[in-house]
Design a protein around this ligand. Sequence first.
Ligand SMILES: C[S@@+](CC[C@H](N)C(=O)[O-])C[C@H]1O[C@@H](n2cnc3c(N)ncnc32)[C@H](O)[C@@H]1O
Length: 304
Amino acid sequence: MSELIEVLTKDGSYSLRSVFFQENFHSLLGALEETKSKFTATSDLQRFKGKSLSVLDICFGLGYNSASLLNELIKQKSYLNLYALEIDKKPLEYSLRNESFLKLWDPKVKRIFKSLYCNDYFEDQFFKCSFLWGDARKKINIIPPSIKFDLIYLDGFSPQKCPQVWTIEFLSKVTEKLKPQGYLITYSSSAAVRKTLRNFGLEIFTIKPSFNNKTLWSQGTVAISKFHKNKLKANFNFEKLSLMEEEHLLTKASIPYRDKDLNLNKDDIIKKRLDEQLLSNLLSTNKWREKWGMTKLSSRVRFK
Ligand SMILES: C[S@@+](CC[C@H](N)C(=O)[O-])C[C@H]1O[C@@H](n2cnc3c(N)ncnc32)[C@H](O)[C@@H]1O
């Protein structure tokens, strides 16, 4: 599964490309920039200064999202309970060998990553980190039901390349693990994913495009569980969906990915959805694209 090719992104940070999934791990504009602008800045970490939080990192990969999180929490002396899910050990192995990746962070991040690689675990006064290797669809069941998360990062390959981690059934398991007011953060602006999360009763926000790339209409999605307006701190990184994004959710693109027993392969999940789209009376996604002057939907520029 894991033939991986090294990729140098535009901000000078390294990433990988998966031959199996035919997709890059990060935007070519910058792996570090992507992590910071989509995941770290969106997390409102200052809320947890000197306090404790629980985070679930799904599709850990090289570990940019966890590394950036740990780096900030070290500075602000927070207490963290981290769980990470990942099917392939090679990306973390690559991170541990890549000096320029390691140099991005406080040296403690390297110690934690080494321990996660060798022992699947790290613990000290501030941090308790557990790594669950394998298919996230199965391994998520091992997390004790009593543990609920303040933040969940969902960073799988795109729904068309890896629909297994974007289905109604998997997203249901994921969102069950959110605390009230907890954030599920993903780079995906897929209508299918957004609609599914909204149908679960989560409040959906769009991550605003970054200054470096104004051509994209969104950098992803934040879904907040049991949202309460008065409890949300002002975050300038995300906002309500635009009219264009709302209308996207009325099109055939919003038809969900399904995987009833959480064991289907990619092709079966894609085919099931195509069949459902063919029978659907929802608006055509091409019409929506024409209306809003769009030729291509791309929320993560991986190939350019
Ligand atoms: C886009 S990359 C993740 C990028 C990552 N957050 C980083 O910082 O490098 C997607 C990751 O999902 C992993 N993956 C794919 N299918 C998976 C599954 N069913 N369960 C768990 N991990 C999976 C891949 O091995 C890959 O490392």
